[in-house]
Design a binder for this molecule. Structure first.
Ligand code: ADP
Ligand code: MG
Length: 144
């Protein structure tokens, strides 16, 4: 388990970028943390690290956004608005979870029951005592 501390969105972006540069086919990253903590900023870094040039934002009305122009496909899920896990099954999530791209799942805890056990968990937390822009980012590669 690795713990990183960042003090700006740029730092968090760069951490994501580093992870994106080193990501392997089939990796699934779960992103856990409150609204506005930096899950999307982290994802934008991963996308850049994979060589994806275009803008990456949280898909507001779709659960999944696919980017194929990088070194590996990026499957960016934001399941914040999901009703139930059947919606995930309808979009064929297993094809992505067990495919050859990299999955990043914002609000993954909402779909815990259908997540692959082999996954990398990224938890982002604030600590207001350490400043408004401080984030503690825990990357746990041990799966569950
Ligand atoms: P989420 O996807 O978790 O809801 P976003 O990534 O969309 O959150 O937004 C994070 C917000 O927090 C952005 O406005 C960003 O500028 C700000 N921010 C401040 N400090 C940091 C930091 N250290 N890391 C990431 N984002 C930060
Ligand atoms: Mg987001």
């Amino acid at each position: 388990m690795m713990i990183y501390e960042t003090n700006s969105p740029e730092d968090t972006f760069r951490l994501g970028e580093e992870i994106g540069r080193n990501a392997s086919p089939g990796e699934v990253y779960t992103l856990t943390g409150d609204l506005g903590v930096g899950k999307t900023v982290f994802t934008q870094g991963v996308a850049a690290g994979l060589g994806i040039a275009g803008p990456v934002n949280s898909p507001t009305f779709t659960i999944l956004q696919i980017y194929e122009e990088g070194r590996l496909p990026l499957y960016h899920f934001d399941v914040y608005r999901i009703g139930d896990v059947e919606e995930m099954e309808e979009i064929g999530c297993d094809d992505y979870f067990y495919g050859d791209g990299v999955c990043l799942i914002e609000w993954a805890e909402l779909i815990e029951e259908i997540l692959p056990k082999d996954r990398i968990s990224v938890t982002i937390e604030k600590d207001l005592d350490k400043g408004f822009d401080y984030r503690r980012i825990t990357v746990d590669r041990s799966g569950i």
